[in-house]
Design a protein around this ligand. Structure first.
Ligand SMILES: [Zn+2]
Length: 350
């Protein structure tokens, strides 16, 4: 799931407030992995995208992509104008909008196909690094850009024929040809890769006994890490602000990263996490704790730096199954000192 806040903010400071979500649902009689029971829109103008996958009647492989966001104007038809379309043998993306006349000033139309190809190639490379040849999946994305005041509630469900997921997402104008879009697509793809119809890589430590909610939380952290690796690969840089969530209310006075004690509270195997909010709201801070501890408190990780190597290593070796991330975070939670906070956010950004 991805949330974007207002247009000006996105353009001003990049991929603000990206988050993700997929929920396992015990109550669905036919599914091992199903859709969230409730969707919380946390900010006015927020956009939420998510995916789910399950086996209907235990056999038929079904998946869906959903976009839900608020706004005054209901979407009556899909945008007809194809802005760009590109890809490789594993990942393809097309982006459409209503009329090119309404392109936001930050978007240069001639660069959209380059943006798409960079994204597709980066995602292919990262999928190779994370899952290798195991059960390789393909992704065919359609991304529809709509006005900032549009209300969207779309759900596209498919049966999985072969190995290709056909996914449909909607985004506000500001998301086009910019990294909020790519982060969202990579993030949701991660959920599919580790879900019911994905790569099925067993955890490195099968004896680890986590609660369902803890597993969901690690799925979320890993999805953010995967999208960070894709964005870094594609653009040569990734900023931690892409994962900063100013709505986090679990951290008390800390800025962006949890203390060791806070980490242990949610990571202790079998520990009951109070509610679903924790899953959403601890995912970014847990990634940022890893980030500031191992990659430093610089706002940007650039390709070719030691920090980039560490991030790629995290993706290559610790997220093929989301549980593989647990020992990395648990070590961090028990190393005797709290992860550095985000220095940038010690002063208000708005
Ligand atoms: Zn997610």
């Amino acid at each position: 799931m991805a949330r974007h806040s207002g247009a000006g903010l996105i353009l001003a400071i990049g991929a603000l407030g990206l988050a993700g979500c997929i929920t396992q649902n015990n109550h669905h009689p036919l599914s091992s992995l199903s859709t969230p029971g409730r969707v919380r829109i946390v900010q006015a103008g927020a956009t939420i995208n998510f995916v789910s996958a399950w086996r209907f009647l235990g056999v038929i492989p079904v998946y869906s992509s959903r976009s839900v966001f608020d706004g005054g104007k209901k979407l009556r038809r899909d945008p007809p104008f194809l802005l760009g379309s590109n890809g490789n043998d594993i990942v393809h993306l097309s982006i459409s909008m209503f009329t090119p006349k309404h392109l936001p000033p930050a978007i240069v139309k001639s660069e959209v196909n380059d943006f798409i190809l960079n994204f597709a190639n980066a995602m292919k490379m990262q999928m190779d690094r994370v899952w290798g040849e195991r059960n390789k999946r393909k992704f065919d994305f359609k991304y529809y850009m709509v006005g900032n005041k549009t209300q969207v509630a779309r759900n596209k469900t498919h049966i999985l024929f072969g190995k290709t997921f056909h996914l449909l997402f909607y985004g506000k104008h500001v998301g086009i040809a910019s990294w909020p879009t790519a982060l969202t697509l990579a993030h949701e793809s991660y959920h599919l890769m580790v879900g019911a119809l994905g790569a099925h890589v067993p955890p490195q430590n099968p004896d680890l006994r986590l609660t369902r909610r803890q597993s969901e939380m690690l799925d979320e952290v890993s999805a953010r890490a995967f999208s960070a690796c894709v964005a870094l690969q594609a653009t040569g840089r990734i900023e931690y602000m892409a994962f900063y969530d100013k709505d986090v209310n679990m951290l008390g006075d800390r800025h962006g990263t949890p203390s060791d004690a806070q980490m242990r509270r949610v990571l202790m195997p079998g520990r009951k996490i109070p509610d679903r909010d924790t899953v959403d709201f601890m995912a970014s801070p847990l990634l940022l704790a890893w980030w500031t501890e191992y990659a430093g408190t610089d706002k940007v990780i650039g390709l070719g730096t030691p920090a980039a190597a560490k991030l790629f290593d995290l993706c290559a070796h610790h997220i093929a199954n989301p549980q593989d991330l647990w020992p990395v975070l648990w070590k961090l939670a028990n190393d005797g000192h709290d992860a550095p906070e985000l220095p940038f956010y010690k002063t208000p950004v708005f």
